[in-house]
Each structure stands twice: as C-alpha cells, then as structure tokens.
Design a protein around this ligand. Sequence first.
Ligand code: NAP
Length: 306
Amino acid sequence: MKYIKTFSDKDAVSQVALGCMRISDKTDKEMDFYLGNAVELGINYFDHADIYGRGKCEEVFGAALKRNHTLRDKIYIQTKCSIVPGSMYDFSKEHIISAVDGSLKRLGVDYVDVLLLHRPDLLMEPAEVAEAFDELEAKGKVKAFGVSNHSPLQIELLQREMKQKLSINQMQLSITNANMLASGANVNLPCEDGVNYDGYLRDYCRLKGITIQPWSPLQYGFIAGNFVDNKKYKSLNKVIDELAEKYGTTATGMAIAWLLRLPEKMQPIVGSTNHDRIKSVAEAADVTISREDWYRIYREAGYRLP
Ligand SMILES: NC(=O)c1ccc[n+]([C@@H]2O[C@H](COP(=O)([O-])OP(=O)(O)OC[C@H]3O[C@@H](n4cnc5c(N)ncnc54)[C@H](OP(=O)(O)O)[C@@H]3O)[C@@H](O)[C@H]2O)c1
C-alpha cells in the first residue's frame, strides 16, 4: 500500500480507500473481518454517507468499531451529507449540522476526519455552508472538508466563502466511465469524447491540489454492474486479464492500478466487500503500469485518440 497526504500535511491516507455503501446487511462477524482485514492490508480510509442504507451502513460500521475500539485511532472516517432521499439536496446550515450529528451518533465517534457535500444543492448559499463548516470545526466534530460531484466553478463559489480548504472531490471515474479523461484528449473536437461534462474538473483539481476520489471504480454506467469479468466487456477484459498476468495482479487490481497511474492525486473508493478483491486492490497500489499499457486499456475501452 502507498500513502498520500490529501486533507492535511500530517495525515497519510491509504491510496486506496474502502467505500461502505454496500455493508448494511453484513453480520457482526463479517464486519469484524472486513474492518480488521482492511487495516491489516494497509487500508486506513473508509468512505460513508448518511444516506447509505438509510443510515444502516454507518450504524453497522459504528457497531464494528465499538467492538474493535482500538482501531479508531488507526483509521480515517469520511462521511457525506446533503442528499435528502427522493426529495432534494440540502446545504442549509441546519441540515448540514444535524446530518453530521446523525452520522456521529450512528458511527459512535466524536468526530469524522472528513465531511463531503454529497451532491451540489441548486439552492446553495456558500456563506451559509461556510457558517456550518466553521461551527462543525470549532466543536471538533469535523477535521476537514470537501465535496463530491461538484464542478470547478461550484467549488470556486463555495471556496470563496470558506476558511477551510476544500481538499477532496469525489467523482465517478473508472475505465468504462472515463469521460473526465477522454474530454481532455479531444479538446475542441466535435465528437462524443470531446464533450466535456465536468468543466475540465481534472485539470482544475490538479491545479488546486484537490484529490479526486474515483467512486464506483469497478462499475460501468451509473452503478449498473461491474465491468471486470463481465461478458459485456469481452475484448476489454481480454486485455485487462493479459496485463494483469504481466504485472502479477488480478483483473480487479489492474482496474485500480489503471486509475492510480494518473499522475495527479487519486484515491479510488472501492466498494467491494470480498476479501480477495480487497486484497487485490490493496496490492494494486504497488503496481505501476507502463504508458503503453495504460493507453492500450484506454483504447480498448473505446475512447478515441484523434
Ligand atoms: N459520491 C457519490 O455520489 C458516490 C456514488 C456511489 C458510490 N460512492 C462511493 O463509492 C464506493 C464504491 O462504489 P461501488 O460499490 O459502486 O464501487 P465498485 O468498487 O466499483 O463496485 C463494487 C461492487 O461491484 C462488485 N464487483 C466488483 N468486481 C466484481 C467481480 N469481478 N465480480 C462480481 N462482483 C464484482 C462488488 O462485489 P463484491 O463485494 O462481491 O466484491 C461490489 O458489489 C461506495 O461504497 C461509496 O462509498 C459515492
């Protein structure tokens, strides 16, 4: 495992993190193993959101942490707020503060290391968000802040009002969902890959030192299913498998190593709860793919090089 500094100069976080969106039905025994195993593999960063399993994911994680309380100081916990399921996104001061209080209670902790705004609220008032962040920081409930699914200008708008640096942006990114990259290779070209959907977020984040956390790094579509080992992606998987063998990793490991080959700070958030896959992604941090092989996967995934 490799470690990087993302939200502070002091804290070294594992380059691969685990996302806890799929743990709501795990038993105590499974959760104890999941947590202990991750830490043993060098993974020290866990991503949550108040809405995962409608709170259940934070709850089962919190219960596991209580049973394994010595682990709290060895891990970083990130959670997200703003989505009110099925109805709206809410960046009001009251909502942000009460959402964090709810997360702290379910997780059974006094603070979270990082809080992200989950999806941009179309009615956002940056000064109000700043007030909420100041209060959460002053009360020691949140150490650092970031966003998810935000464009460069939305980040600028928020950042202008804030004392704290927004140091993370969590975005969907995988081999099969890489418009964020493809648009950078097709600037000003009238083709599908040339359409930029994110305001050139990748370049912006690199310029500002904001870490991108690719969410659903093994999924195609909008969390439609995994592409690794999937017959729908036969030729892509053939190349991935061949290169996995070359680099002494698994196909899952290759999918993560491909993201980590990007030169800027990337911290993929992997949602697997399977031991072998988690081991592969932890080991993937130590695999460095050649430029030729990186582009081979990129081309095989269907992106064009003009
Ligand atoms: N910010 C946002 O808007 C947002 C949105 C969605 C997710 N997220 C975050 O991103 C994290 C990861 O998302 P995700 O869970 O969708 O990511 P993922 O890591 O891309 O997908 C994990 C899922 O794919 C399955 N899988 C992977 N490879 C497989 C294979 N070869 N065969 C069978 N199943 C396979 C896993 O099953 P196994 O458990 O069996 O391995 C698991 O169910 C979430 O936990 C959450 O923290 C953020």
